[in-house]
Design a protein around this ligand. Structure first.
Ligand SMILES: [Fe+2]
Ligand SMILES: [Fe+2]
Length: 356
């Protein structure tokens, strides 16, 4: 047998590692991402139960809700109610895509149980404000549910970024509505809307949305850390084509969108400044324009050592920043597991990506 013997070359090739030394294989990356989702989910549930276990009926003094809000504020509340009505679709559709991930799918069920309360809370607001009769609400729910919401992307990677942006946008909507209800809006149209019950409702939900945003943010960081090129690609798509859920299903959605924008609650300006820019910054992506310019330059190029590297990724991403936050996440999971005793049996352990 000579060195050029094809059988020998094939055999040699079979022994060659498929990934460069120090880098993780796809299976290894997927396994560590899955483990961290599971740890994060467990931590999340314990915190959710301790700090946000509110009830949409009994935790509010609904009889004291004002019944003389402006038509504009009522339109805003009705729009929130309509968007949160599609929670069965939000759960069902994404659950099919992520069902193989224990951590992510079980989180999603928990997430759905929190979103379901938001729908109830806005229904109570519509009802007790006397803006809509019970019969009207029943009929409206029927109309809304005749159509079903569909996923904007049917893969787990795009959807983690979609949910980051969507949760942040929802949080901004509710925080700004809370400002109106506490008399802090600088828009003169909303100068006389102070309502402690509505303020409490908006703030309570905004805290939930912040918790959701943080969960998805941690998940997004895992992908940015272990799959930076693919993750930035997905993030680019999501930012470019993002639309709030159910806008195409809700009757007269354009009117609602116009009122929330004009109110300074959520419009194109708030979306870019308070949602996209903040989310990108928090994910250590260095600016919207850099992302849009740079993503076209992400290519795999061979390095002298024979490994393939992604160009531009590290121009777009503060990778050290992402890495330090991912390490912190593993630290938080480890602390939680120590509390329970998981650490002695099967601890979630940090695995470096090899790209640092
Ligand atoms: Fe919600
Ligand atoms: Fe949410």
């Amino acid at each position: 047998m000579t060195i050029l013997d094809p059988q020998f070359l094939n055999e040699l090739d079979g022994h060659r590692p498929t990934v460069a030394p120090g880098l993780l294989s796809k299976q290894e990356k997927d396994a560590v991402i899955e483990r961290s989702f599971l740890g994060l989910y467990r931590w999340y549930v314990s915190r959710s139960q301790k700090t946000r276990n509110w009830n949409p009926d009994t935790d509010f003094d609904w009889r004291s809700l004002r019944t003389d809000h402006s038509a504009k504020l009522n339109t805003i509340i009705e729009g929130f109610f309509a968007v949160e009505q599609y929670v069965p679709d939000y759960v069902l559709t994404l659950l099919r895509v992520i069902r193989q991930s224990h951590g992510r799918s079980h989180f999603h069920i928990r997430w759905g149980s929190e979103e379901e309360k938001h729908a109830e809370l806005w229904e109570n607001s519509l009802l007790f404000s006397r803006f809509r009769t019970p019969e009207w609400i029943t009929e409206y729910k029927h109309t809304l549910r005749e159509k079903a919401w569909e996923l904007p992307w049917d893969n787990p990677l795009h959807m983690i970024f979609y949910t980051v942006i969507q949760e942040r946008a929802t949080q901004v909507n509710y925080l700004n509505t809370g400002l109106i209800a506490t008399g802090k809006s600088d828009n003169p149209d909303f100068a006389n809307e102070t309502d402690p019950v509505l303020a409490r409702a908006a703030q309570m939900i905004a805290v939930d949305e912040a918790a959701h945003y943080n969960f998805f943010l941690e998940g997004a960081r895992l992908y940015l850390y272990y799959y930076p090129a693919q993750a930035l690609d997905a993030l680019y798509d999501v930012i470019k084509f993002f639309a709030m859920p159910a806008g195409n299903l809700i009757p007269d959605y354009d009117k609602f969108a116009e009122v929330v924008a004009q109110a300074g609650v959520y419009g194109p300006r708030e979306h870019l400044r308070d949602v996209v820019d903040i989310a990108l910054k928090t994910m250590d992506v260095t600016g919207r324009s850099a992302l849009f310019k740079g993503i076209k330059r992400v290519r795999q190029v061979p390095h002298p050592d024979g490994t393939m590297h992604d160009t531009a990724v590290f121009d777009l991403l503060d990778y050290a920043g992402v890495a330090s936050k991912v390490r912190k996440l593993f630290g938080r999971i480890a602390d939680y597991e120590k509390l329970i005793g998981f650490d002695a049996i099967y601890p979630t352990q940090f695995v470096p990506s090899g790209l640092e």
